[in-house]
Design a protein around this ligand. Sequence first.
Ligand code: PGA
Length: 257
Amino acid sequence: MRTPFIAGNWKMYKTVAEAVALVRELRGMLDGLEGCEVAVCPPFTALAAVREVLSGSTIRLGAQNVHWKDEGAFTGEISPLMLRELCEYVIIGHSERRQHFGETDEMVNKKLHAALAYGLKPILCVGENLEQNRAGETEAFVSAQVRAAFAGLTAGQASQITVAYEPIWAIGTGVPATGEGANAIIGGVVRRTLAALYGDEVAQGIRIQYGGSVKPDNIAEFMAQPEIDGALVGGASLKASDFAAIVRNGLAAKAGK
Ligand code: PGA
């Protein structure tokens, strides 16, 4: 049984003071919740302060990016050696990083290797854009992204990774995929590719989230699907009541309620 996992990607939102206030509220609403792992991924600048607020909490902490070297002359970058002091998870290969900051499959693969070497748990993002979707290229594209990302990783390493399937056309648009549509790609493409790489048993153990315009009123549609193990939530994770509602509604749907 895969434990459901819902993570909030705060993107470039929240000052330190705002982040602390948000996570205090979230702690009040979600602390101690059972049956679902919950994580927040604030900007780097807020990690230390949020970590302090979350001390002793069941809410986990993640970063949004990482470099693949442990140190060096890489102005503006943050290494896995630095992150491991602060957080447990790290988002890798988000489409915004691929689109706006030129991250390639090769860089994503290096980041995964580095994060895992330092004991960080990656949330790997994959997903097709609108053009690819319309051209019927989703399956081939997403499968290739998964293969490139996991290149050279052992089954043991692969098992530490959560994959987030996030169709780019659904991110921040208010136009989510359908539960069935996302389930088909997550099961039929992402998990199937992982099974081809590592065998069925390993693939069955890897958590795969859906991401893209997840809201309190549509999370149940995704979580009710057998292949979808959670969500990566952007915009709706910036408001405590919305994120808490997503977690609660998602958990209820997974439990068949
Ligand atoms: P969204 O973002 O929920 O605002 O669509 C999701 C993401 O980018 O991870």
